[in-house]
Design a binder for this molecule. Structure first.
Ligand SMILES: [Zn+2]
Length: 81
């Protein structure tokens, strides 16, 4: 079975995804551009049973009703130094 792994820039958050994604989307709306800090975003969707958090605890927030975004709190700490 295909297994993709990844981590945030500081390494505090790591995850693995098993199998094929069920959804891939290119996006450039205002909320996503601000959330990612990029002119365009590529979202790759996996079902909860395909996803395994290997390290860390992401922080979560919601600005848009029905949408929860998560991020690594490690970068937040670096910004405050
Ligand atoms: Zn990080």
């Amino acid at each position: 079975m295909r297994r993709e792994t990844g981590a945030c820039f500081c390494g505090g958050i790591a995850a693995a995804m098993d199998g094929e994604p069920f959804w891939i989307c290119y996006d450039h709306d205002d909320d996503c551009r601000r959330a990612i800090g990029s002119p365009m975003t590529i979202w790759i969707g996996y079902r909860p049973e395909q996803f395994q958090l290997l390290r860390g605890t992401p922080k979560a927030f919601s600005k848009t009703p029905g949408v929860t975004r998560t991020f690594c709190p490690g970068l937040w700490k670096l910004d405050r130094l």
